[in-house]
Design a binder for this molecule. Structure first.
Ligand code: HEC
Ligand code: HEC
Ligand code: HEC
Ligand code: HEC
Ligand code: HEC
Ligand code: HEC
Ligand code: HEC
Length: 266
């Protein structure tokens, strides 16, 4: 009897090992496939002519001749990378390190920081990350003069990802980012989050803009482009800049309540 039990245990063990090897095998195959596709991102998913004027005849010499600006070419697939991010597609107006080249028009653009056909994670140029990356183009004083000492931007170029410790999950990732530092100014009343009740008038965030009584608010498509409503919701970044030299500055002047009247139709 004990012998049979022992045998069953052995059979079970063998099966477990077989299963384990199978799992490792599958993981390896997936890993290699993943690596292969990671190597060819932007090369196999779309034809070269989607971006290069020369199409399949693209060479290192004509690769800079693109059919549109990179900001517009990339936006189709990477909307988040263009919202609330470091500026891209502008004349730098000063010499930048050779490690981060401007394009043929002298603009700092996506490919200044990214190797579009690279094979490293994030497709970054060079080894610098975080603060070190920022300081390769900026003096530290540039950040020190900001109201928050630059802390809210120094870790990222694109702010779409929510912070690691989500503060209030129902809010958009940008508001969560702000609240990771500005939580003391926030309270909740009947399920509605009110922003900065301490020294400035409280205002709801995290509610849909267009479901609230239309006649009291301007039509969504008539709002200024400066007002961002992530997933249609009121957010800190509907009224405040999130990636700016002047930390926390309003998206437009509120002189004579001009910002308020962008949305409120009294
Ligand atoms: C999503 C847009 C996009 C697609 C699709 C694309 N490229 Fe590119 N490619 C770029 C950009 C942007 C650059 C950088 C241009 C610059 O430096 O001004 C680039 C640069 C290059 C370069 C110069 C060397 C380098 O790696 O920077 C070569 C060669 C190249 N591409 C080949 C190709 C080939 C071959 C294909 C098709 C199999 C292709 N590209 C598809 C956007 C694209
Ligand atoms: C000043 C350097 C810089 C510029 C300019 C830049 N990026 Fe990035 N990008 C980064 C860094 C650094 C990361 C890693 C994540 C982070 O820091 O936010 C990144 C991450 C990304 C990612 C990964 C997902 C994400 O959103 O984090 C995509 C996609 C991307 N960039 C696309 C773009 C596109 C498209 C442009 C041009 C419109 C662009 N980047 C311009 C530095 C840059
Ligand atoms: C046709 C769609 C498409 C276009 C256009 C496109 N990409 Fe991508 N891109 C992808 C895909 C798919 C991936 C792989 C996604 C992943 O690994 O999460 C990727 C990955 C990336 C990454 C790395 C993200 C990471 O987390 O590792 C960067 C950076 C990036 N793209 C930049 C650009 C830039 C810059 C342009 C414009 C020149 C561009 N992409 C145009 C589809 C596109
Ligand atoms: C490749 C060079 C380069 C890198 C890398 C870079 N920047 Fe910039 N950045 C610039 C240039 C050029 C400007 C335009 C103003 C100027 O010349 O300082 C600018 C502008 C800015 C602005 C002002 C945006 C506005 O509209 O008010 C901020 C904020 C900023 N950078 C933050 C950062 C942070 C944070 C990092 C690192 C995550 C970083 N930068 C990395 C070149 C760079
Ligand atoms: C890393 C922490 C941090 C993050 C993230 C952060 N802030 Fe701040 N912020 C500060 C500090 C520190 C100050 C200066 C002290 C103060 O006024 O509380 C400040 C000040 C401000 C001010 C007052 C500016 C002034 O000139 O008096 C506003 C407005 C503001 N932040 C809005 C925001 C918004 C909106 C976001 C999100 C897009 C945000 N902050 C994200 C730390 C942060
Ligand atoms: C409906 C517009 C609006 C929204 C949404 C909004 N704010 Fe404000 N905020 C303002 C105005 C207006 C001021 C006053 C600024 C001034 O007078 O320069 C202000 C001031 C501030 C200040 C400085 C004064 C204070 O009370 O400490 C901080 C910090 C701040 N906001 C953070 C936030 C954060 C964080 C969020 C998101 C949770 C947010 N705001 C959402 C309009 C808004
Ligand atoms: C981005 C658009 C937007 C801006 C800018 C804005 N509001 Fe609002 N506001 C709204 C919406 C939408 C609501 C209704 C939220 C809800 O459904 O509870 C609201 C609600 C309010 C409320 C709550 C009471 C009520 O009637 O629902 C007050 C008070 C208020 N806003 C005042 C202001 C003031 C003052 C300003 C300028 C500093 C301002 N708002 C700027 C969109 C905006």
């Amino acid at each position: 009897m004990t012998c049979i039990v022992f045998d069953w245990v052995r059979v079970f063990q063998v099966r477990i090992y077989a299963l384990l090897f199978l799992c490792i095998g599958i993981a390896l195959v997936y890993g290699l496939l993943g690596f292969a596709s990671a190597k060819n991102r932007h090369l196999d998913s779309t034809g070269c002519q989607t971006c290069h004027l020369a199409g399949n005849a693209v060479t290192a010499n004509n690769a800079h001749q693109l059919i549109d600006t990179q900001e517009r070419l990339c936006k189709g697939c990477h909307v988040d990378a263009l919202a609330v991010s470091h500026p891209s597609g502008f004349q730098a107006g000063r010499l930048l390190p050779a490690e981060y080249p401007v394009d043929w028009k002298g603009d700092l653009t996506c490919s200044s920081c990214h190797l579009v056909h690279g094979d490293n994670p994030g497709l970054m140029r060079g080894n610098k990350r975080g603060k070190e990356l920022c300081l390769s183009c900026h003096e530290i004083e540039f950040f020190y003069q900001m109201a928050d000492g630059g802390v809210s931007v120094l870790n990222g170029v694109h702010l779409a990802q929510p912070p690691k410790d989500s503060f209030i999950e129902i809010l958009d990732s940008y508001s969560q980012h702000c609240m990771s530092c500005h939580y003391e100014n926030v309270r909740e009343v009947s399920g509605v989050i009110l922003a900065h009740s301490q020294t400035t008038m409280p205002h709801p965030v995290g509610v849909q803009y267009n479901v609230s009584g239309k006649e009291k608010y301007h039509e969504l498509d008539s709002l200024s482009e400066k007002i961002t409503l992530p997933d249609g919701q009121l957010s800190c970044i509907s009224c405040h800049q999130a990636y700016d030299e002047k930390h926390g500055e309003l998206v437009m002047s509120n002189k004579g309540s001009a910002l308020c009247f962008q949305c409120h139709n009294i």
